[in-house]
Design a protein around this ligand. Structure first.
Ligand code: FMN
Ligand code: MN
Length: 479
């Protein structure tokens, strides 16, 4: 069942049809001005923005395309993000093969998945124009915040191949534009792109797509295990395979429906100062050494749209992309940790700084076991604070989590501090990429966990009295 969009512009048409896209005809500056406009609109819950007249470039700039729950749902063709979680759960559920009939019935579902792997095509809109003299200065790349080290490409789909396994990866890693032919490649060392370069002997070919259908753009941000191709996830999300085309100068396939493709390479040992950059933590990420991307070819549509995102102090657009991941990955987390009932990555925690988890606790120390498991799972290893609460606490309600946890915690017994990898953006860690993480066991403690006294119940009125007061409410003359 195809429910996705062919490309970015088909999605924009859908947005516009609902009044969720505004075209800005006034001439605007990609240096700071577009950021300030977008930041205000996102924080006010406003629409996607298409800036049609951008100083210094002939191409329009799209921002805030995913900047609300409504928009990420529309982008992925679902009513609510929990629908996606349910689909993943169905997919993972082992078919009940009690009879031959059941076996046969399960077959089409699997076949359907096989059909969602990306498909190679020959002619592609993203190659309508092949630039003879590729020049990044023609792109309306945003200089986002005052202390930024330069302009940054903020919504790139970075494609590379693992030199050992041949597996493809797509990741979203920002790119600071140094000049017309070179940029930074800000893949953190924990990410797959960085791993590919580590494993390469010298030169690693890289292609970068700007634009594409919205599911493909989202998939580049998804923290998938290396064995899963992000384009296949995109195919699953859009209900139809992603179309790929062979790049012109590198041995990689790129999304046929993208707006721009940058082809080039990075090399072992070829590093340059990258940053600072006003980041999604709400602080500037510090300047550091990162690989240099060398552009060898630029292809594009005849009339491309330049997609960008503005990150900064939350809430910004990336928060909503993160919520897609939260909902999509909950069923996967539950496969490893069936006691997990729900999770919340609150906006203020910017993904890696805070994870709230509710569990069905069955044995002593289970909350601590869940923390350690999370610190051992993919990119969740970077979570700086994990709070675990009991089943009845709604982790989507920050006030409820705080109330339960503040009450239930004894510092010596319930806090876990571990050393290990932390996010590259963690400016509080004493060393880059390495620091301490905190787990807080906010569950009710059991005698088997060493509590020598009775544990009190939370206060609740008896149901009879609640009903009585509801019935008599008018009599009291209080409203
Ligand atoms: C808007 C946006 C910008 C991002 N920028 C970076 C970045 O510059 N460097 C980085 O390592 N991860 C960045 N990420 C997170 C990665 O895209 C994410 O961790 C993804 O899983 C990386 O792909 P990989 O798991 O295949 O390495 C960004 C995410 C978003 C939504
Ligand atoms: Mn990956």
């Amino acid at each position: 069942m195809a429910r996705g969009y062919k490309d970015l512009r088909e999605y924009l048409t859908a947005l516009e049809g609902r009044g969720w896209l505004r075209r800005v005809g006034a001439r605007v500056n990609p240096r700071l001005e577009i950021t300030e406009i977008t930041d205000r609109v996102t924080k006010a819950g406003g629409p996607a923005l298409l800036f049609e007249q951008v100083e210094g470039s002939t191409y329009p700039v799209l921002t805030n395309a995913f900047g609300s729950m409504d928009r990420v749902c529309l982008a992925l063709g679902v009513e609510s993000l929990d629908d996606l979680g349910r689909e993943i759960r169905d997919l993972l559920r082992p078919p009940e093969v009690s009879s031959l009939w059941d076996k046969l019935r399960a077959l089409p579902r699997l076949a359907e998945l096989g059909n969602l792997a990306p498909r190679l095509v020959r002619n592609a809109p993203c190659q309508e124009v092949v630039e003879e003299e590729p020049d990044l200065s023609r792109l309306p790349v945003l200089h986002c915040w005052p202390q930024d080290g330069g302009p940054f490409i903020t919504l790139p789909l970075v494609i590379s191949r693992d030199p050992l396994t041949g597996r493809r990866n797509v990741g979203m890693y920002r790119m600071q534009v140094y000049d017309s032919r070179t940029t930074g490649m800000h893949w953190h060392r924990h990410k797959h792109g960085a791993e590919h370069l580590d494993r390469s002997k010298g030169r690693l070919e890289v292609a970068v797509a700007l634009g594409g259908d919205p599911a493909t753009i989202y998939a580049a941000t998804a923290p998938l295990p290396a064995v899963i191709d992000e384009f296949t996830l995109a195919g699953f999300l859009r209900g139809a395979p992603v179309e790929l085309v062979k790049a012109r100068t590198v041995d990689l396939e790129v999304p046929a429906q993208a707006e721009f493709i940058l082809e080039g390479y990075v090399e072992v040992g070829d590093l340059r100062r990258e940053g600072p950059f006003g980041d999604h933590t709400g602080f500037y990420s510090l300047a550091d050494e990162y690989p240099v991307f060398h552009l060898t070819c630029l292809t594009r549509r005849g009339d491309p749209i330049y997609p960008a995102t503005v990150v900064g102090r939350p809430v910004e657009e990336d928060y909503f992309l993160g919520k897609v991941t939260e909902r999509l990955f909950l069923p996967l987390l539950q496969m490893q940790l069936p006691e997990v009932l729900d999770i919340n990555l609150p906006a203020e925690g910017v993904f890696h700084n805070c994870l709230l988890i509710s569990i069905e606790k069955r044995y002593p120390g289970q909350a601590k076991k869940v923390m350690h498991a999370v610190w051992g799972l993919g990119l969740m290893m970077l979570t700086k604070l994990i709070v675990v609460v009991d089943a009845e606490v709604d982790v989507q309600d920050l006030s409820e989590v705080a109330w339960a946890t503040f009450n239930n915690v004894d510092a010596r017994r319930d806090l876990v501090v571990v050393d290990g990898p932390v996010d590259a953006l963690d400016h509080a860690a004493p060393l880059p990429h390495y620091g301490a993480k905190l787990g807080v066991d906010g569950t009710r403690k059991w005698p088997s966990e060493g509590i020598g006294r009775p544990w009190p119940d939370p206060i609740e009125m008896s149901p009879e009295v609640r009903d009585l007061v509801t019935r008599r409410w008018k009599e009291y003359g209080l409203e």
